[in-house]
Design a protein around this ligand. Structure first.
Ligand SMILES: Nc1nc2c(ncn2[C@@H]2O[C@H](COP(=O)(O)OP(=O)(O)OP(=O)(O)O)[C@@H](O)[C@H]2O)c(=O)[nH]1
Ligand SMILES: [Mg+2]
Length: 445
């Protein structure tokens, strides 16, 4: 299949020391030779100028990877230029002028898949590797990328196939005296075995699924309890406006917070109270939306006021379940920074002095400790789990058919189990599935 050449900026937007542009296609070395002042060589980093006609654009490093030894399996040229967005855009425009079109999101990886450089599961793992928000998620994505997940799936498929051929040979020679006799006990044992392997694969995949989602924390509370100060302290910047006026924050704003090797979303919200101000009312309705869509809630209380009946009623009316109480401003009340266990847990802090703020990080880390067996955890997706569970259901059903001598039905269930699990590998993926997988990528990958 001859593909048009494609190009994309592979580095994030903004200013940086270096920026990278990728080009993939057939014969691109010849096509692009007029723009480089030096000849490119396979797998060599060449320091060269880039020209648009007689106009010098930048001095860059260019690496050429000849097909098929490249990420996509096609010829690839990587241009490492200065990390200035204007330079990057100018080079992209120059490439477009040469007949290289700008790539769609995930198009490089899609080509790698079509050129058998990656399996579908590995392509999905590439996207997960890029977006992994913690170290365990990285390990799990690498486990999927390195083919461990694929090996497990293949091995289960082979086991099912073995049983299928046994059962189908019985169906195909029912009247034949020499037909093989089905050893029902052995068959049952094999199916139970596969079910148990499937069970542990599902468990590991479920844990991997949890790693794939970035946890979110909404900081909720009355005006002036110190929500914005609390978030600023965690972020170590003046991200949100803080004033002594009630109702300073009017909108829900999401920030990224790194806690050790994990990234979470933390959301500053408008203070909750009864008000006639239309803007504030809209802000409060957004706070409630943030609370209900977050995995966790940090309910902040001004310690000089304490937990009021109003707070309690609010928490109850809104059915908060996964929340902690944080008593802020202990510099004024002289309470000690501490975590008080209970349901819910209470943490005493001062966003002003920073006392107790490390305890908040402890609580966040605690909630996301998963069993440290990341060796076997795969960064699975919903699609994988659904197929694994379908396969499990068919196999479970087939177990009961053995003793009923219902071999036709048994064979059918085994076939369906096999089909469900092998769909993960995507031997015959539909266009919709491919689109769903590849459009979730960033451009340039
Ligand atoms: N002494 C003391 N003052 C604090 C502390 N945290 C916040 N404040 C003060 O409390 C006031 C309100 O702080 P904000 O962070 O704006 O409170 P908020 O909950 O975001 O308020 P709204 O956005 O209006 O809902 C400001 O004057 C802060 O300086 C603290 O730990 N100790
Ligand atoms: Mg605020």
């Amino acid at each position: 299949m001859i593909n048009e050449a494609i190009c994309a900026i592979a580095t994030p937007p903004g200013t940086s020391a270096l920026g990278i542009i990728r080009v993939s296609g057939s014969n691109i070395k010849k096509l692009l030779s007029p723009i480089f002042s030096k000849r490119l060589k396979d797998r060599a980093a060449i320091l060269t100028d880039i020209y648009d006609g007689s106009e010098l654009i930048d001095n860059v490093i260019s690496i050429y990877y000849a097909s098929p030894r490249s990420y996509t399996g096609e010829d690839i040229i990587e241009i490492i230029c200065h990390g200035n967005q204007i330079i990057l855009n100018t080079i992209i425009q120059l490439l477009n002028k040469c007949g290289v079109r700008t790539a769609e999101p995930g198009e490089f990886t899609k080509r790698a898949f079509f050129n058998n450089k990656l399996s579908l599961v590995q392509a999905e793992a590439v996207a997960d590797l890029i977006s992994a928000s913690n170290k365990k998620a990285l390990t799990a994505a690498n486990n999927s990328l390195s083919g461990k997940f694929l090996n497990e799936i293949n091995s289960i498929c082979e086991d099912i196939l073995r049983i299928r051929s046994e059962v189908e040979s019985i169906i195909n020679f029912p009247e034949d005296d020499d037909a093989p006799i089905l050893n029902q006990k052995k068959l049952l044992k094999n199916i139970v075995n596969i079910l148990s392997n499937l069970e542990s694969l599902i468990n590991n995949s479920e844990q991997g699924m949890a790693l794939n989602v970035r946890p979110s924390y909404a900081v909720i509370g009355k005006p002036n309890s110190g929500k914005s100060s609390f978030i600023n302290n965690l972020l170590r910047t003046d991200a949100s406006i803080v004033t002594s006026k009630k109702g300073t924050t009017r909108d829900s704003i999401t920030y990224e917070l790194t806690v050790d090797d994990m990234v979470i979303n933390i959301i500053d919200t408008a203070g909750i109270h009864a008000t006639d101000d239309e803007i504030e009312r809209e802000g409060i309705s957004r706070s409630l939306k943030s609370a209900s869509s977050s995995d966790n809630i940090i309910y902040l209380i001004d310690d000089t006021v304490g937990l009021t009946l109003e707070d309690q009623a609010f928490i109850k009316d809104n059915n908060f379940s996964n929340y902690i109480l944080v008593f802020n401003k202990i510099d004024l009340t002289k309470n000690s920074p501490e975590i008080v266990t209970g349901a819910p847990r209470s943490v005493y802090v001062s966003a002003k002095t920073g006392d107790g703020m490390n305890l908040i990080k402890e609580v966040i880390k605690d909630s996301y400790q998963c069993a440290d067996t990341s060796e076997n955890i795969f960064l699975a997706r919903n699609r994988h789990l659904q197929h694994l569970r379908d396969g499990q259901a068919y196999l479970f059903n087939s177990k009961h058919l053995i003793n009923e001598d219902a071999f036709d039905l048994l064979a059918e269930d085994l076939r369906l189990a096999h089909l469900a699990i092998s769909a993960i590998i995507g031997q015959n993926p539909t266009e919709d599935l491919l689109n769903e997988i590849f459009t979730s990528f960033c451009i340039g990958k």
